[in-house]
Write a protein that binds this ligand. Structure first.
Ligand code: PEP
Ligand code: MG
Length: 760
């Protein structure tokens, strides 16, 4: 059974569209369960009816025709109860409703299991048999497993399938096709999709109209020649060590590349108008699909050879492709990627960029954090978006709700254009705030600092009146390089930050790589990177990297003396002691070398639950504490900040998070140490009000949101803020807290900073 399951899932995964997916399922399940009938009914969201979408055993003509209302028949009952129903004779059941055109009257045994994806009922998978008998427990268990595994594939195929139709109607009709993701950065963008191809990943190659067919053919032939050369070279160098049958494998590879094999088909695709990379993907996909369906295990394995060859050709094709910075972006470009990375954002030219869209990642992934600091509307985690097929299409990107519309209608465009205009007005109203203090109506002063990392951040931050840098993410400049920057390089980079802000304080965080911030030249392969080798753990294991960074920071601060050094991901006091001792070593070394170093302030980030309970111990050892609420939330709630599937569980207003935040301030203040917050929560007007009421000494946030937070603070009293906080601390439901904050902001006349109401 397990083998049957594996094979079905594999085959279904390589089916090109929803119809084929469903056809494969019913055919294979019917065979695996050895039953007379297998059918799938999908629930149509518009009509709320179950429609027979595929069958093996019932009248094929009824496919697409036969339907039941949501509460009709045993199928309806399976959906309603959300559990399997197993009957030896369905016709005896009171809910039995016979659909004549299917010819199902002769079948008695019935087993229906619901198909549920993320709590949503997609349909019902049914097997039927002429005999009067109950399906046994193994069969029932198999069906439940099958349905659970296939639900995701069906949901994805449903979403992608509609894009297939969308291709056909591209110029004829507008579809408003909607995809759900999560908000990465608020704001709305209307623009044209530019799809980023992940390197050496065939699945990620988009279809794209060839600009010059001859040129694409030439590029392909060159890549092919290079791959042939590579293969021959490897074959030669290994010839003595391989047996003759292994050597023959290389000949097979070369033959596969012949003009009357793979190569010829790719050229034909290019001649049809697809660019070389897209043509290659299509041909390879088709061959892989055919091979993986073969019964013979040897032949099935050839699928991986084809995939390997495809990847090799692609690598050569991509080596001549322009880099991100050289791509000719259209006006109003929306950059679409399978996985938006901080490194990409460091490179992308921003003048024509209006939006960012990532299939993977979530609202607190580092790419989203950077997008917010750039102020570019962003949607993350649009997992069902068939991103390789939307190149060049018009998109509405709704960064408030995390929704994306492909090929929108004029009505929807107008709706969103109105929102863009309103947002512009809100931003214009905020422009005069730069010189004004962040002070409540009753005179409570709340210092607002800024988080930086990208080159453009400094100018934007100064422009918005930031009073210091509360978090400079030093890993960002590390990520857009090919090797660790030298001490001199780092000194220059850090000097620019320190100089631009002097005499205001600049908090530099020591390298915080790992988790979702890998360095291309320092790969870390881990099952569980967020619980792995991250932040201070890496730098203490590599004192040579840590010391170079500290020396660079200290040298950069010479004569400015506005440096604060902050340690990320600390869990134990010995880490603080070790880091402090390395910092002292760097200070003395530099003094010996004649650099005029002033001892910097040193601080610790509270980002993990262990740190929450040691705040006083840390506070006795350092000059300041800063809360990294992004990580603290993920670790307190055990919710991966990067995973869109659990994005709805990542709740900054969770009572446990709020209590921890309040506890941290109280503990730090007992030691008379200042405590700030540099997680994204400080950038949210509602969050900022609560943090201010808790007693945080400063709030550090992205430059984009700083004016919004300042405006909010200037329009409330500390008394109002404290009142709201105490009500909220007595509540026990994060969603209700969220709603209360939203309603209260509206009541205070700050409704413009809550999510606008957008039509469904
Ligand atoms: C945090 O975790 O809140 C934080 C500020 O650090 P980062 O987002 O870079 O992990
Ligand atoms: Mg962090």
């Amino acid at each position: 059974m397990l083998e049957a399951l594996r094979k079905i899932v594999q085959e279904v995964n390589s089916a090109p569209d929803l119809e084929s997916v469903l056809r494969v399922i019913v055919r294979r399940v019917q065979r695996a369960v050895r039953t007379d009938v297998c059918s799938i009914y999908l629930l149509d969201p518009a009509t709320q009816r179950f429609i027979l979408k595929a069958t093996q055993g019932l009248n094929k003509k009824s496919v697409g025709q036969a339907s039941l209302s949501r509460s009709e028949g045993i199928v309806g009952l399976v959906g309603e109860r959300a559990e399997p129903i197993n009957l030896e004779d369905a016709s005896k059941h009171q809910a039995y409703s016979y659909i004549q055109e299917t010819g199902e009257e002769k079948f008695h045994a019935f087993l229906g299991v619901p198909i549920i994806h993320h709590r949503e009922l997609l349909g019902v998978l049914v097997v039927q048999q002429e005999a009067i008998r109950r399906f046994d427990e193994t069969e029932e268990a198999f069906m439940v497993t099958m349905s659970a595994q296939l639900a995701g594939v069906i949901a994805h195929a449903e979403a992608t399938g509609s894009i297939g139709k969308l291709d056909d109607v591209k110029n004829k009709g507008k579809t408003d096709r909607k995809f759900e993701g999560v908000s990465g950065c608020v704001g709305v963008a209307i623009g044209q999709a530019v799809v980023m191809t992940p390197l050496a990943d065939l699945n990620g190659v988009p279809d794209r109209q060839a600009k010059d067919i001859e040129l694409e053919k030439e590029k392909f032939q060159n890549a092919l020649a290079s791959v042939r050369k590579d293969i021959k070279k490897v074959a030669r160098s290994l010839s003595k060590r391989l047996r003759s049958e292994e050597r023959e494998l290389f000949d097979v590879y070369l033959r596969m590349l012949d003009d009357n094999a793979l190569a010829g088909e790719v050229v034909a695709q290019i001649e049809n108008g697809n660019w070389a990379q897209g043509a290659l993907r299509k041909v390879v996909e088709e061959h892989v699909r055919q091979f993986s369906l073969m019964e013979d295990p040897y032949l099935r394995e050839r699928a991986s050879d084809i995939r390997d060859l495809g990847r090799r050709i692609l690598t050569w094709l991509q080596s001549s492709a322009p880099s991100l910075a050289e791509i000719d972006f259209p006006e109003n470009a929306i950059l679409v990627a399978d996985e938006l990375t901080p490194a990409m954002l460091g490179e992308v030219p921003t003048d024509k960029l209006v939006g960012l869209l990532s299939v993977n990642g979530s609202g607190n992934s580092h790419a989203a954090i950077l997008a917010r600091s750039m102020g570019i509307p962003t949607v993350m985690g649009a997992v069902d978006l068939p991103y390789t097929r939307i190149e060049g299409m018009q998109i509405i990107l709704d960064g408030f709700s995390g929704r994306v519309f492909v090929n929108p209608s004029d009505d929807l465009l107008q709706c969103y254009q109105d929102i863009i205009d309103e947002e512009r007005q809100v931003n214009a109203d905020l422009e005069g705030l730069k010189e004004l203090p962040a002070e409540t109506k009753d005179g409570y002063r709340m210092p607002l600092w800024v988080n930086t990392g990208l080159v453009t951040d400094v100018a934007r931050s100064l422009d918005r009146g930031a009073e210091g840098i509360g978090l400079y993410r030093t890993e960002i400049p590390f990520m857009i390089r090919d090797f660790f920057p030298s001490e001199q390089d780092q000194t220059e980079t850090y000097r620019r930050q320190l100089e631009a802000f002097a005499p205001r304080p600049v908090t530099m965080r020591t390298l915080d790589v790992g988790g979702d911030k890998p360095l291309p030249y320092f790969p870390i392969e881990e099952e569980n990177p967020f619980l792995g080798w991250r932040g201070i753990r890496i730098t203490l294991d590599h004192p040579e990297i840590f010391l170079v960074q500290i020396r660079a920071m200290l040298r950069a601060a010479e004569g400015l003396d506005n440096l604060r050094i902050m340690l990320p991901m600390v869990t134990s006091v010995h880490e603080v002691d070790e880091a402090k001792s390395l910092i002292s070593q760097a200070v003395s070394e530099l003094r010996e070398e004649g650099v005029k170093v002033v001892q910097p302030q040193i601080g610790v980030m509270v980002e993990v639950p262990a740190a929450v309970y040691q705040v006083r111990r840390f506070a006795r050892r350092v000059d300041f504490i800063s809360v990294g609420s992004n990580d603290l939330t993920q670790y307190l709630l055990a919710v991966d900040r990067n995973n869109p599937r659990v994005a709805n569980l990542y709740m900054s207003y969770h009572p446990a998070v709020l209590r921890a935040l309040q506890f941290i301030v109280q503990e730090a203040h007992k030691e008379e140490v200042t405590v700030s917050i540099c997680g994204e929560m400080a950038a949210d007007p509602g969050g900022a009000v609560l943090l201010m009421a808790m007693g945080y000494d400063m709030l550090s946030m992205n430059a984009t949101n700083l004016p919004r937070v300042k405006y909010t603070i200037r329009h409330v009293t500390i008394e109002q803020a404290s009142g709201l906080l105490s009500t909220i601390l007595s509540m026990d439901d994060a969603d209700k807290i969220h709603l209360l904050i939203r309603d209260t902001l509206k009541k205070w006349g700050l409704g413009q900073f809550t999510r606008p109401t957008i039509p469904d």
